[in-house]
Ligand binder design. Sequence first.
Ligand SMILES: [Zn+2]
Ligand SMILES: [Zn+2]
Length: 149
Amino acid sequence: MSLLAKKRSAAMAAKLKDSGLKATPQRLAIMRVLAESKGHPSVDDIYRRLQRRFPGISPATVYRNIMLIKSLGEAVEISLAGSASRYDGRKPYPHPHIVCVECGNILDPELASLGDMTREVTAASGFEIKSFRLDFFGVCPACRKKSGS
Ligand SMILES: [Zn+2]
Ligand SMILES: [Zn+2]
């Protein structure tokens, strides 16, 4: 596990403790998967990763725990039309995503213009921006290579 993932995982566990919630081994394992997954896993992805270690775990358990982790502000949900939601526990705050429409891979693009964009929206609307959603859809380099486009 990378140092960053360890830090995220520890921060999540601390939040759990502060909220007076039980740090069950399953719950901590789900947090660990969320903290170390770069690929924005779905409930099923997390379930499959933990199934062997926790034979009693079910997708419903994973789902309930993710909802809990989300309510603590320690993960964000990426809702996609027509497919299962994906989760990011590495960056538990709004950030842009880029989604491959072929393989479903989701990455976090680094956008230097994001701050400018937020200021522009504020200036144009007079809103105080609290959050945002920004998703790009396309075909990733690996899928482009496969299809030869
Ligand atoms: Zn792809
Ligand atoms: Zn993300």
